[in-house]
Each structure stands twice: as structure tokens, then as C-alpha cells.
Design a protein around this ligand. Structure first.
Ligand SMILES: [Fe+2]
Length: 368
């Protein structure tokens, strides 16, 4: 019997900085798509499938800590763990492989000057989805939830908050939204930017409105372009939740579910939205809904100040035609399964769908 480890246990080990060697045995190609931060890579995939130990027979690995072997779905990694166990290592195979790892998450606290307002960044480490818990007084609001509702309920409880609102920046295309589920579970109001796409009950928020949670005030700023309804939320003039409109090193792609001409039109609208975001005070923290790199268990929030973002964004938005060309010509392939994911997010529930299967793979919501 091969020893195994669940993705959530490995997640906890990494969060606790417990010594462990994570050994990725996938192909170079799969590895290049996404990986577990800090993992070691030995491309032994073809060898293992052929019943050969490949590079694992002689790989030099630290003997004083467990080795967790990782493949795509958790089968080939069992063979790898068996080989390493025979060599005397405490080897365990990651159950479900990278597919299961897709749901692993970690947190980082976002430092704010106001001691009465707390922002916790919840990160899906593999996919790079970023969501937020904003807590103040006895209440909290969750923005763009992308992991299991229990995670947010637990974080809120630890902060001494009750989740009053669940808020989305837009209808997502790269992950299944947990917003309806979380709002139901927490008995919270579900808030979405005004649009006609969602087929479930929600409260619409529009440009200029304010959402208050304790000492935190979120000002609603409609910032279309990535999608028509895409909206940003300015928190106490200190931070701005930009969804997939603006990232720390890129902007939202305007082309998903749009033809070539519609994408160019959306790019022009995105240009206007980014021009407005660029005018926010220089020290405001940009808090996006994604990052394009796997996220380390380092407790460091993924954020940048408006003035830091401006170092490249100002150049991007110097000319509208050049911007439109740039964001419609340098596009990565669309996120895997995005048509189905959008359908499910518009329906507001995905019971019965295989979330791990639909969401597997790297995030591709950005143009850089
Ligand atoms: Fe998006």
C-alpha cells in the first residue's frame, strides 16, 4: 500500500512551514502550466508509466523530511511514492494530484492604516484566484469567493465577524463562483453589479452607491471592459478591489465571449475604466481578483499601490488605439472550460458539476 496525503493536509503543512519536499513528477509541459510553489521537479512521468523508476532511482532528496509526490491526478505519483519508500523515504502520494491541489488555498493579511478595518486575502494557490474578507466591528463582507464557503465562515468567526454581505466584482469565467452558496450558508445578502445575466435572485449595486460594514465603506465604481458589468469597489480611499479589470502587472482581457469587433469595443471601454482607476490617490492599494503565478505560502499579500501600477499602466493607456491593439492582439488562449463555467455562474449553482475537473488548469484572465 502506498502512503497518501490529502491536498488539505499538504496545504496545512505548507501553511505551518513544516519541512517537506514536494516532488513534482509530471512532464515538462504540464509543469510549465502550473506547479506547487517551492516544489522540486523530476520529469519521470513517461518512465513511471512504462514501469521504470526514471530519475527517481537515484534522485538526491533530503532524508530528514517527508516527500510528497505529485502528478496530474494522483495515480502515477503513487508509483513514484512506492519507489521512494523502497529507498527508505517517508514518501506519500498527493491524492487527486494537481486536480485536487487546484482547491488549495492560503491567506495573507493586507496591511491598512485603519486599525479598525481588516482585509484578509484568501488565495487559491494553484489557480491564482484571489478573494477577500473585509471585517470591521462585528461584521464582514466577502468579495469574489472562490473556495469552499466554510473557509470564509471560519475566517470570519476567527475575526469575531458575522458575514453580512457577499459581493462579486463580475460574473467569473475562470472559476465557479461560491457566492450564492456562501450567501445562503451565512445568511448574508448577495450583491452583484447590475446586469441581466444572472438567473438567480441578488441585490444589484450600481455606480456611486456605498456598502457599509462597521467602519469600512465600499464605494461602487463601475469599471466595464473585461465584462460589461465589471465593477471595482473603493474601500475607505485606502484600497480598491479591482476584480479582473486591473491586476498588479496586467489588465483584464476584453475578449471572452465576444467576437473580434465586440472585443475591440470592450477594449475601448476598458481603456476608459483604467484611465479612471489610474486617477485614484497614489497610495491606494490595488487588490485584484487574480494573479498569474502560483501563490507561495508566505503570508505576503498580492497587491501594489496605484503609483506602482502607474509605472507601466500609464504607458499602456497613453494612447487609446495603441491600447486597443495591445489588449486584443496579445491574448493567451481562453481559460479552460470557460463557456461552461460562465453558464454555471449565470445559473448560480453547480451542484452535480465536477468543480475540480472544470476548474483544472492555470488562470488566464489577464493580458500582460
Ligand atoms: Fe474574469
Amino acid at each position: 500500500m502506498t502512503n497518501t496525503i490529502e491536498a488539505d493536509t499538504l496545504r496545512q503543512w505548507l501553511e505551518a512551514r513544516q519541512p517537506v519536499t514536494v516532488l513534482d513528477v509530471r512532464s515538462d509541459e504540464d509543469r510549465a502550466q502550473w506547479a506547487i510553489p517551492g516544489s522540486v521537479h523530476i520529469n519521470a512521468y513517461d518512465a513511471l508509466r512504462a514501469g521504470e523508476p526514471g530519475g527517481l532511482a537515484a534522485a538526491a532528496l533530503p532524508a530528514d523530511r517527508p516527500v510528497v509526490t505529485v502528478c496530474n491526478a494522483g495515480r502515477v505519483s503513487q508509483t513514484a511514492a512506492t519507489i521512494l519508500a523502497e529507498r527508505g523515504f517517508d514518501a506519500r502520494s498527493l491524492v487527486g494530484g494537481m486536480k485536487a491541489w487546484s482547491l488549495a488555498w492560503n491567506v495573507a493579511e493586507v496591511p491598512l492604516a485603519d486599525a479598525d478595518v481588516h482585509v484578509i486575502q484568501v488565495r487559491r494557490t494553484g489557480k491564482g484566484c484571489l478573494s477577500y474578507v473585509v471585517g470591521s466591528g462585528s461584521d464582514a463582507i466577502v468579495i469574489d469567493p472562490s473556495v469552499a464557503p466554510d473557509v470564509y465562515v471560519d475566517l470570519a468567526r476567527r475575526g469575531g465577524w458575522t458575514i453580512r454581505y457577499v459581493l462579486e466584482t463580475h460574473i467569473h469565467a475562470d472559476h465557479l463562483s461560491r457566492a450564492t452558496d456562501l450567501a445562503g450558508r451565512a445568511g448574508a445578502a448577495l450583491l452583484l453589479p447590475a446586469q441581466q445575466r444572472a438567473k438567480f435572485p441578488f441585490t444589484a449595486v450600481g455606480d456611486g452607491e456605498h456598502i457599509r460594514v462597521g467602519d469600512a465603506t465600499l464605494e461602487v465604481r463601475h469599471t466595464p471592459g473585461h465584462t460589461d458589468e465589471s465593477t471595482s469597489y473603493l474601500l475607505n480611499e485606502a484600497a480598491v478591489f479591482t476584480g479582473d479589470t486591473l491586476f498588479t502587472n496586467g489588465v483584464g482581457r476584453p475578449d471572452l465571449l465576444a467576437g473580434a469587433e465586440a472585443a475591440r469595443q470592450r477594449a475601448r471601454v476598458l481603456f476608459q475604466s483604467l484611465t479612471r482607476l489610474r486617477q485614484l490617490p497614489p497610495d491606494v492599494l490595488v487588490l485584484p481578483a487574480h494573479t498569474s503565478e502560483p501563490i507561495a505560502f508566505d503570508g505576503r499579500p498580492i497587491t501594489a499601490r496605484v503609483k506602482e501600477v502607474a509605472t507601466w499602466l500609464s504607458h499602456w493607456i497613453a494612447s487609446e488605439p495603441a491600447f486597443v491593439d495591445r489588449v486584443t492582439s496579445q491574448l493567451p488562449p481562453p481559460p479552460p472550460n470557460f463557456v461552461r463555467i460562465v453558464e454555471l455562474n449565470e445559473a448560480g449553482e453547480f451542484a452535480g458539476a465536477d468543480a475540480a475537473d472544470l476548474e483544472a488548469g492555470a488562470n488566464r484572465c489577464a493580458v500582460r
